[in-house]
Design a protein around this ligand. Structure first.
Ligand code: ZN
Length: 152
């Protein structure tokens, strides 16, 4: 489904994921002051995130893990968070996104991708390439591993 609008595309993807790949139910921790396992809890204004280990509210968890002897991967594993879940509060995420757009980060990434010629378009062209490749291989390798036709 083609989308011209980012928000429309994200809404479609969220709805698809909710229908086809629902997340497991969050599980409350024994200490009720700590956020439940499986969800990241943000403050109402979206500027802070709550630590699953100590319950402290922070601007970002990314350096705080070390206090508990964890890194992002082990933290997410310990608290049943998806590997791809961002631990940034929404306000920080938006700020970082704006900064990346301002410095045209997409162009920086595209400059490092090698240009490709691509494969030929159309069924005839694809079939032609396969037939050519098949003809070139013909007789080169036999079942016993003996080569009956020298590779040119
Ligand atoms: Zn903590």
């Amino acid at each position: 489904m083609p989308h011209k609008d980012r928000e429309q595309r994200l809404a479609y993807l969220r709805a698809w994921k909710l229908k086809n790949r629902p997340s497991p139910e969050p599980e409350a921790q024994t200490d009720a002051s700590l956020p439940p396992r499986g969800v990241v809890v943000f403050s109402a204004d979206g500027t802070q995130v709550q630590c699953h280990s100590c319950g402290e509210w922070l601007g970002s968890l990314n350096m705080h893990f070390r206090v508990h002897g964890l890194d992002a991967r082990s933290y997410k594993e310990l608290y049943d968070l998806p590997r791809t879940r961002s631990l940034w509060p929404p306000a920080l995420k938006d700020k970082q996104r704006e900064a990346a757009l301002d410095r045209n980060q997409g162009a920086v990434g595209r400059a490092n991708i090698a240009p490709t010629t691509g494969r030929p378009a159309g069924q005839d062209a694809r079939l032609g390439v396969r037939l050519e490749a098949s003809a070139a291989r013909k007789g080169v390798n036999t079942r016993a591993g003996e080569k009956t036709k020298p590779k040119s």
